[in-house]
Design a protein around this ligand. Structure first.
Ligand code: MN
Length: 512
């Protein structure tokens, strides 16, 4: 079963009755064949459902309202087989609250030069029908993705596939509840922001959850339950015992398993699919009290493992990155190379290969690991618990990737993506954390500079599998600002884009 099996994309063919009933019957047949072909292609992961031709304003409005009310429907594809006078789309487009893709294609591939006649013309009018439709979308400022090309071409279908995956992410975001175990870290600007506006614009609901209530769950986890989970760890990871010694190692791993079970139970009971932690807030009990029951270490191992299952995570109360990571994981389900929460850790100046080490004190997702992670326990001297702490240690795959973040600029949210090249790191025997090493594109100097000018975060949601086209579609659907940093970026053009956007969004807000 595919992760997207329960979802649908609706296909609506625009036509009109001017050419007679026979023409509409042919249009209907062509549409069915095209939809079946797209579904059979194996490229588009979400099932496309043909909803018939729309031949009048009433029919358009009815199908758009039906789409709004159908939970399974995550987006609409429109295609104007014949000329479909666009004033008949006004009320339907006003009503539509689902993502829209306008597909500019044609049933017939090549002009049949010897046979072409008026009957052929009546049935192959998307050349002007789609232009008319495009005009009304632009006139009405309707957000949409426009895909142009022949419907049997794999690269054209791939553009629809990207959008379909993004629609699944957007639909999921609408249902995300992110729990903050503790608040975001004091004094940090970039992890703060307007959670009300965040939900209005992006859909995610972010709640505070008391650490004391999490501790109530923790206290109820039995040793037998923890032992069973530790047995699972032994199967999935390489056990590596270092300076902590065997006794402390297993004690810490056992307690880390308890923390994972407690977190899982809270998330399940609260219907949450994302969470944040704060290393300064792990329950207020004194760990040296002989009766202490609670988190004896930062629950980093749990965060690593939950991320691998698609639970959004942000460290230090970073709810925006936690939510974005959740969406990234949803969008790229079934893809091979993985995604993770990451942090810009430390720089490595090396000429044109200058890079930035990506890590965190613990919480990196093992989906990006190059080989089997090692389960290790080491001292961690940060936060309220300065303790021996369990974590998965690994290095990450090399290759092309993209990092993304969303920041609150006060008057709007800005989504930023940046292409990066992950390269081979050197061993770090005294820094036992999971990590990746990347060169920001186009170079460290331009790439890191652009990220800073855009106001980017030091945390990001990273993927090897998706491209900036995904983030572009995501921002378009949500109506938020999107800026990209890639191999073509120049500092001068990027600065100008930021200035232009400043004006655009000021006016855009005033228009609404
Ligand atoms: Mn951090």
């Amino acid at each position: 079963m595919s992760a997207f099996d329960k979802l649908e994309i609706w296909w609506i063919t625009g036509a009109q009755l001017l050419y007679g009933g026979d023409a509409v019957v042919s249009v209907d047949g062509h549409s069915k064949e095209m939809v079946e072909n797209l579904n059979r292609s194996g490229i588009i992961p979400v099932k496309i459902v043909y909803k018939g031709t729309a031949n009048s304003s009433q029919e358009v409005e009815a199908v758009m309202k039906a789409a709004n009310n159908e939970e399974k429907c995550i987006g609409i594809i429109t295609w104007m087989h014949t000329f479909s006078p666009a004033k008949m789309w006004i009320k339907g487009l006003q009503a539509l609250h689902k993502p829209l893709l306008h597909f500019h294609t044609q049933y017939n591939a090549e002009i049949p030069w010897n046979e072409i006649d008026m009957d052929f013309m009546n049935l192959n009018q998307s050349a002007h029908g789609d232009i008319e439709f495009g005009h009304i979308c632009t006139r009405m400022r309707v957000a949409r993705k426009v895909v142009c090309g022949y419907w049997k071409n794999a690269d054209v279908q791939q553009k629809i596939a990207v959008w379909a995956r993004v629609c699944a992410g957007v639909a999921d975001a609408h249902n995300v509840r992110c729990l903050m175990f503790g608040m975001n870290m004091n004094n940090v600007a970039v992890t703060d922001g307007d959670r009300v506006e965040f939900e209005q614009r992006l859909g995610y609901h972010v709640d505070y959850y008391p650490v004391s209530s999490l501790m109530d769950y923790f206290k109820k986890v039995t040793d037998a339950e923890a032992d069973a989970l530790v047995a699972q760890y032994k199967k999935e990871y390489t056990v590596k015992i270092d300076e902590s010694g065997e006794k402390v190692y297993w004690e810490k791993v056992h307690n880390a398993a308890k923390a994972e079970i407690a977190l899982r139970r809270v998330l399940k009971d609260e219907g949450a699919t994302a969470f944040t932690t704060n290393f300064d807030d792990l329950g207020d009990a004194d760990i040296n009290d002989p009766n202490f029951v609670g988190f004896d270490q930062i629950p980093g191992l749990a965060s690593q493992r939950l991320m691998a299952e698609g639970i959004g995570f942000g460290a230090e109360g970073d709810w925006k990155t936690a939510c974005l990571y959740r969406t990234l994981w949803v969008m790229q389900q079934g893809m091979p190379t993985g995604c993770s929460f990451l942090e810009d850790y430390t720089l490595n100046f090396a000429g044109d290969r200058s890079s930035c080490l990506q890590s965190h004190m613990l919480e990196i997702c093992p989906l990006i690991a190059v080989d089997k992670p090692k389960l290790e326990v080491h001292f961690l001297g940060i936060g309220i618990r300065k303790q021996q702490t369990a974590r998965l240690v690994f290095t990450s795959k090399v290759g092309h990737g993209i990092k993304a973040t969303v920041v609150d600029l006060g008057n709007r949210f800005r989504l930023i993506s940046q292409e990066v090249e992950c390269i081979e790191p050197k061993p770090m025997p005294k820094l036992p954390v999971a990590s990746a090493l990347w060169v920001p594109q186009p170079t460290f100097e331009i790439g890191a500079g652009a990220w800073i000018l855009a106001g980017g975060t030091h945390h990001s949601a990273f993927s090897y599998d998706i491209t900036e086209e995904y983030w572009e579609d995501f921002a378009e659907i949500l109506g938020i600002e999107y800026v990209r940093i890639n191999k073509q970026t120049t500092t001068a053009d990027f600065k100008q884009t930021l200035r232009n956007n400043e004006v655009y969004y000021m006016l855009n807000k005033a228009l609404k």
